[in-house]
Ligand binder design. Sequence first.
Ligand code: SF4
Length: 460
Amino acid sequence: MATQIPSPPKVGMVSLGCPKALVDSERILTQLRSDGYDMSADYAGADVVLVNTCGFLDSAKEESLEAIGEAMAENGRVIVTGCMGNEADLIMKRFPDVLAVTGAHQYEDVVTAVHAAAPAARGAFVDLVPEAGLKLTPRHYSYLKISEGCNHRCSFCIIPSLRGDLVSRRPDAILREAEKLVAAGTKELLVISQDTSAYGVDIRHEPRVWNGPTGQGREVRAHMTDLAAALGELRTPEGQGVWTRLHYVYPYPHVDKVIPLMAERKITPYLDIPFQHAAPNVLKRMKRPANEAKVLQRVKSWRDICPDLTIRSTFVVGFPGETEDDFKYLLDWLEEAQLDRVGAFRFEPVEGAAANLLDGAVPEAVKEERYQRIMDVTARISAAKLQAKVGRTLPVIIDEIGEADEDGDIGATARSEADAPEIDGNVFLRNVPASLSVGDIIDAVIEDADEHDLFGVAAS
Ligand code: SF4
């Protein structure tokens, strides 16, 4: 008689917050999948719903509580995890029937809670895990988390109190995970952490043996530069190079050493550096790391070495004590730095952050006005930078392919090396070949540009 395989329990997942939380969700789902669970795309079909929360800003907390409320109303069997898991009392008070609350990165606890809520049959027949794990991001790009926590104490941030001090992963474990992802179809790796430049400081940059693509073991230090160089060696099964993007980099002196790797296209010429401000007075009150006067000079020297370098950053306006002169300093700095991609935020106090005790609160109307001014300046810079790309042939990665129109033309949404997924712009392609697939990296001729996006056609 054939072995009866009971249908596996189904887990629903709501993932809120930043890319780091998304990686956590992926890991939880990978584990559950290997434990014999199926995923449910809706509340109704789920035996239990996981809500991976974000507690970074008060507005994110509110969004998390709303998501828990919705999952409770729609399904009623809910497990809460993620950053807000540290506020179990608050959650249980508001939703006393939640099955369990676990904190950020407590994978085993979440998985144990799911096992208790919806036990799964185990065995060879239900081991469904695909090679690179079940992913919430599209298969062709993947986030690669290299450390947890942060040793800094920026006055507006509560991440160190939520997640603790820096804990770096072993370089060989990161590289093995990256190899698995690439073998399973990833073409673009997005390296993330709270402070990528500090990677390995806590483990004294201890080297570990990695076999690498040649299969010959060699030592790789737990250091951003060594890790970036090793990631740059990865090849897809077809022998194509993989894009490697560095996020959350602070401009410590050793960042200079990754720029030549970008110039040689060993890694993607892209740096995401959350500067947050430029005025020394504000940076001091923010207690920002790597707050040094020579950043502009270094940005210039990076561009001399790697002219195609894209720098993305975020800035906060209206931080307590920010004067009109500080703000003008920031605008002048931006004119000088000519950053490629900029996101701006109006300062928002976060419960528990040291910045809440600072004097000099900036009125909301002034914050708004400064926000508009910074957006105007950065949009103008972005438009000019994109315009300068018109006529060039650039490599792009395909994210989505459309349906053929009445003339048979197929359009595609792609990104250049200057565009990280979800946060930067796109390259919209017309008339792409029907043989094109999502995740392909092809050359495109850029025909037009606006403030944020490029438009073009596949190079013949
Ligand atoms: S560097 Fe600052 S803003 Fe970033 S996680 Fe650490 S404390 Fe927070």
